[in-house]
Design a protein around this ligand. Structure first.
Ligand SMILES: [Fe+2]
Length: 214
């Protein structure tokens, strides 16, 4: 008898906890405090306000951009993906006041990066796949990643249909943009601040002379 066991189609999530990010986070928070109109958190289309336009004049945005690009490279390396021509980037912020939350959504891109500049204090590891907490336990600004398989929650034999992420300042996540996610209500009196980067991968053009379109 030969028994094989395959965990097929896993979803890769890369986390990076950056160190000594207090000055960067303070600059990012200050930027959004001074210019709250920059927060355009629910408009993630290509024509949206792209905070990368500030990279030439705001060093914190430039630094954050290179951190995101490094994060995406880590994810691509881990997946064994090479040969890209480039990556289109769209950076936007998500500034939450007390009681704010984000309903379940995904992003029109290939990869998502999230960086936390200011969050509730949590002493838990950011990802604990089997934390045993109820799906409806709200927490405080917890990111919930939902199993991308259709109706995965109805698969009674597999109880892990979501993963809760407990953010820390300086934490970055990179994961596929098709992953549905949501954020539970923020409970603090301060503004919680996260930044999202949409990565759209660009591939080299095909040999047109070999496969003419006309
Ligand atoms: Fe999102």
């Amino acid at each position: 008898m030969e028994v094989m066991d395959y965990a097929l189609f896993p979803t890769r999530v890369v986390t990076i906890q950056f160190q000594d990010t207090e000055p960067l986070n303070a600059e990012l928070c200050d930027l959004l405090e001074r210019r709250p109109e920059l927060d355009d958190r629910f408009n993630m289309h290509p024509e949206a306000l792209n905070l990368l336009r500030l990279a030439d004049t705001v060093p914190a945005i430039e630094q954050l951009s290179s951190m995101f690009i490094n994060g995406a490279k880590r994810w691509l390396e881990a997946e064994g993906i090479a040969g890209l021509e480039g990556i289109d980037l769209l950076l936007f912020s998500n500034r939450m006041g007390r009681g704010d939350f984000t309903i379940v959504h995904n992003h029109p891109a290939d990869l998502i990066g999230i960086y936390y500049a200011r969050t509730a204090v949590s002493h838990r590891p950011p990802i604990h796949p089997n934390d045993g907490e109820d799906y409806f336990e709200a927490g405080d600004g917890v990111l919930v990643l939902h199993d991308p398989r259709f109706n995965a929650n109805l698969t009674a034999v597999c109880p892990r249909d979501h993963v809760r992420v407990f953010p820390h300042p300086g934490l970055m996540l990179i994961f596929p943009a098709y992953v549905w996610h949501s954020v539970t209500p923020h409970r603090g009196e301060f503004h919680r601040l996260a930044f999202s980067m949409n990565f759209t991968l660009r591939w080299p053009a095909g040999p047109e002379e070999q496969y003419p379109l006309k």
